[in-house]
Design a binder for this molecule. Structure first.
Ligand code: CA
Length: 226
């Protein structure tokens, strides 16, 4: 599963089909679950970029899914539910949901919320990165350098997206580790080095003399956007 994969947890078949078709057309990998248990099974097995969660599920409350998912998944939850009450919304957000969209929703708005949840850089920062000869398409995990396109792994994409968001500023090793491996991970500086090395092999014309991915000794990494 890639960073752009989405788990749809929805028991209404018609709505599930509509969401699946719209999100697949938008280029996302889509997996569906129609109960809380199925959702948790998917979250154990796969990594998702975002989870669309209906609160009214046949076997358990969607809020219970969020509570249980916290220990098994880092995926952001976007609650999509008919329950428009402020209390439901606050309870879901308190449990760790990232955002809330009330049904009936506008598909354009839902897409926008999904992009935010996935932390896909807005077109402005993407074009800024393109100015340096490097363009990263986070949704499809590809980097293009001087017109040549390469595939990226999920972590490679996350590293480049993180550095692009920083717009040329240094991102510390600790910040990279927390953003990519999560809090309380065993990953350390060496993992970051190996990841940076993998990215350089893919995007740098000369990996020994990097033009884009610059190491700041003892500090972290930055992207050169000149
Ligand atoms: Ca439902």
């Amino acid at each position: 599963m890639s960073a752009a994969s989405i788990l749809i947890v929805e028991d209404e078949e018609q709505l599930q089909r509509m969401l699946r078709s719209a999100l697949t057309q938008a280029g996302y990998m889509v997996v569906t679950a129609k109960s809380g248990l199925e959702a948790l099974e998917q979250l154990v097995r796969n990594e998702f970029g975002v989870v669309l969660l209906d609160l009214g599920l046949p076997d358990m409350d969607g809020k219970e899914v969020i509570a249980q998912a916290r220990s098994i998944s880092r995926a952001p939850f976007l609650v999509v539910s008919a329950r428009g009450s402020e209390r439901e919304k606050i309870a879901a957000l308190d449990l760790g949901a990232n955002d809330y969209v009330a049904k009936p929703f506008d598909m354009g708005e839902l897409m926008a919320r999904i992009r935010v949840a996935l932390r896909i850089p807005q077109p402005a920062s993407a074009s800024k990165a393109a100015a340096g000869g490097l363009h990263v398409d986070v949704a499809v995990r590809r980097a293009t350098v001087d017109g040549a396109s390469v595939r990226l792994s999920r972590k490679e994409t996350e590293l480049l997206a993180l550095l692009m968001d920083a717009r040329g500023e240094v991102v510390t090793h600790d910040a990279i580790i927390e953003a990519i491996w999560g809090r309380g991970t065993e990953a350390d500086f060496m993992n970051v080095r190996v990841l940076a090395w993998q990215v350089r092999r893919k995007i740098e014309p000369d990996a020994a003399a990097p033009r884009f991915l610059i190491a700041e000794a003892g500090l972290g990494y930055r992207l050169s956007l000149d």
